[in-house]
Write a protein of this length. Structure first.
Length: 696
């Protein structure tokens, strides 16, 4: 015995639940070996426990102890207590406080942490909690008193004089007693008996049905800690599975079976989604996978219907659902996307004014850098596109370029490599606000139109969001475009007419404020359809073609770039006619060239003088430029966020995950939470309803 170390019962008292005469010897030997392994903790583990203890301990007479609050802080998971309330971790304090003095010493804390390492820690904790007098057995009175004290006056009553309790409790000297192994089986079946008694309690007329609100009350008491708020709020909708306004006992049992087998439910769903070509499954797929995955058919058609009913939010039927749709059923910590966004908004509102301004400047700066990078990469292509669109094929001597490749070769030969970057300055100045407003408006409209529970958006709203974003960006795009275009065509004008090249400031002064928005209507006709096509195409290519989010998949640099490039192809080419008209309106006409008075006049003259094909001049160059530009911009933006994180801001890997996957969490804290699950299966408000009975 280690001096000063008060050990709990690691060696249990043996009882009649051992089946063979020699089993006592074998059990004692096995338990001794397990205890030896459990109490021989590694140095790293002890150091971690010590650091955790020291962080929360308080000194009492020169010795450090953990009181109830500090103990809870030391062992409770670092998360919100939406599913398991903070007070309920006081259950573990009662077990750790072996001396019943209201304080836990370092030695007791080591024993407690060691106890949590047991594979049966959840049942072990429950046994010690019910064993009030610490004699290694649980009497009928102990079981009843502890159970009753935690039910509370408003809880659904439990009949302790039922046949089920009598079957589980043996007799010794006229008293009902339970050994540890007997107790574990009782606790495993207790929830089913509570469910049976609760249904019978509400089924007063014995017709085999209860009301939806009564069903919800039963589940809240028995399994409220295992379900998300979304499922709990929709519990009464179970009545819509069958005609009538009530819920049968069969449906209640089926729902309980789904909760009880939730781990297997998730495994089957994951396997079925993995085998599905589109990543979606229906009830038939689920039942077929369950039959091939398990030795026996674990799930009935009614249970499958219940699973799909709550995952589809009542749609049911033959709905084909993706893995993410089941998150609200499988993960009790699941939150609707709108709730997560509200939490982010609250966190942002709690920032100081200065910090908020700095964060906005940070985002704007990264957007500017990313946009500048994307614009610089494709700018030579943009210059070729502009010169091709400005070329007048109907005017003799104006056919400078045969095609885009000939144009690029002549620019390089006559103006050098620098010639490809004429007008880049204004482009870089305007690209930051242009990209910022485009991305912001698109996200804003999509956010408003997105389903707050599923996080999905209808296609028509995706188109509207993109079109709105394209329209808003013209405020910055049009002045930028007209200055850029006039700078881009100066090289060929100087070659043909000997004109002196002018700078951007001269062009701005020459045009004036109203002149900067010349051709803005044509700019709207180009940017609105481009964004209306581009953003939905990009989103669906990532999700449906490259399977972003499928089994947690994250797109690589190449996949993101390819998705952006493919999405830009139809968007850029189909908007080319409007781009040609805009270019003709905004460029400064030279001697002998046609001039245009508005969109209609430009359309008629181009069609009459150059034919329909003129509207698609530079179309290929526009596709080659626009397709990769947004790809480079978005990829650069994502990587800049990774490489240059905002100080104090959590990265996605550090945030608490709200979908199917679990976040990174200390193993001791996970064990502490799991150790409560058996007691919470008795009542979701266990420990909050009252205090356990004290030893006499």
């Amino acid at each position: 015995m280690i001096p000063g170390l008060s050990l709990p019962r690691i060696f249990p008292t043996l009882h009649c639940d051992e089946s063979l005469p020699s089993s006592a010897v074998r059990a004692a030997t096995a338990t001794a070996g397990s205890a030896l392994k459990l109490t021989t903790s590694g140095e790293t583990e002890l150091r971690r426990w010590k650091r955790n203890f020291e962080a929360y301990a308080k000194e009492v007479n020169g010795v450090k102890y953990l009181d109830r609050d500090s103990f809870i802080n030391a062992i409770a998971p670092k998360e919100d207590f939406s599913r398991i309330h903070r007070d309920q971790f006081g259950i573990l304090f009662r077990v750790a406080d072996n001396t019943h003095r209201g304080l836990v010493s370092w030695d007791e804390f080591v024993v407690f942490e060691t106890m949590l390492k047991r594979p049966d820690a959840d049942y072990w904790i429950a046994f010690q909690y019910f064993d009030v007098n610490s004699d290694g057995t649980i009497t009928f009175d102990e079981f009843k008193n502890v159970f009753s004290a935690n039910l509370g006056p408003d809880s659904i009553p439990f009949n302790f004089d039922c046949d089920w309790v009598k079957l589980y409790l043996g007799k010794r000297n006229g008293e009902h007693v339970l050994g540890y192994h007997e107790f574990t089986q009782l606790m495993k079946g207790l929830q089913g008996e509570r469910l049976r008694q609760a249904f019978k309690y509400f089924d007063s007329n014995q017709d085999g049905f209860i009301r939806p609100d009564q069903f919800k009350r039963i589940i809240l008491e028995l399994a409220g800690h295992k379900l998300s708020e979304s499922v709990l709020d929709r519990l009464p909708t179970l009545t819509t599975l069958t005609p009538g306004q009530k819920i049968s006992y069969s449906e209640v049992i089926a729902f309980h079976n789904v909760i009880h087998q939730m781990d297997m439910v998730e495994r089957v769903i994951r396997d079925a989604c993995a085998k599905s070509k589109d990543g979606r499954i229906d009830q038939t797929d689920f039942l077929n996978t369950a039959s091939t995955t398990t030795r026996y058919g674990l799930f009935s058609p009614m249970e499958a219907s219940i699973i799909f009913h709550f995952a589809s939010r009542g749609a049911g039927g033959q709905s084909r659902l993706a893995l993410v749709d089941f998150a609200q059923l499988l993960d009790p910590r699941w939150k609707a996307p709108s709730d997560v966004d509200r939490e982010k908004a609250v966190a942002q509102s709690q920032r100081g004014i200065l910090d908020g301004m700095l964060h906005s400047a940070y985002s704007f700066g990264l957007g500017g850098l990313a946009g500048s990078f994307g614009a610089t990469v494709v700018y030579p292509i943009d210059l070729v596109k502009t010169r091709m669109q400005n070329q007048r094929s109907a005017v003799v001597g104006q056919m400078l370029y045969k095609n885009s490749f000939d144009c690029a070769a002549k620019v390089l030969r006559n103006e050098g490599f620098v010639g490809f970057y004429r007008g880049l300055g204004p482009q870089l100045i305007g690209v930051a606000p242009e990209k910022a407003i485009k991305l912001t408006v698109n996200d804003l409209v999509r956010g408003r139109a997105t389903d707050p529970e599923t996080g999905r958006i209808k296609l028509q709203w995706e188109v509207i969001a993109g079109g709105t974003a394209g329209g808003c960006q013209v405020l910055f795009t049009n002045p930028l475009e007209i200055v850029k275009i006039r700078l881009q065509v100066q090289g060929e004008a100087a070659k043909l007419e000997g004109a002196i090249p002018r700078g951007a400031i001269h062009i701005v002064r020459q045009l004036g404020l109203l002149g900067l928005y010349k051709g803005s209507t044509a700019c709207l006709l180009r940017d609105i359809p481009f964004s209306a096509i581009y953003f939905p195409s990009y989103a669906h290519l990532k999700k449906d073609v490259f399977n972003e989010g499928y089994h947690g998949k994250k797109l690589t640099f190449g996949e993101t770039l390819l998705a952006a490039g493919i999405a830009g192809m139809p968007a850029a080419y189909l908007a080319t006619p409007a781009d040609v008209i805009k270019t003709r309106l905004q460029v400064e006409a030279r001697t002998g060239q046609s001039t245009y008075n508005g969109i209609t006049d430009a359309f008629r003259k181009i069609l009459r003088e150059e034919g329909p094909s003129a509207f698609f001049k530079g179309g290929v160059a526009r596709v080659v430029r626009s397709s990769p530009q947004f790809g480079f911009t978005l990829v650069a933006y994502e990587y800049l966020h990774k490489w240059l994180p905002y100080p104090g801001e959590k990265t996605p890997s550090q945030q608490i995950e709200t979908a199917l996957s679990t976040g990174h969490e200390d193993l001791s804290r996970i064990r502490a939470r799991n150790a409560l699950k058996i007691l919470l299966d008795v009542h979701s408000d266990f420990e909050r309803k009252g205090s356990a009975a004290k030893a006499a």
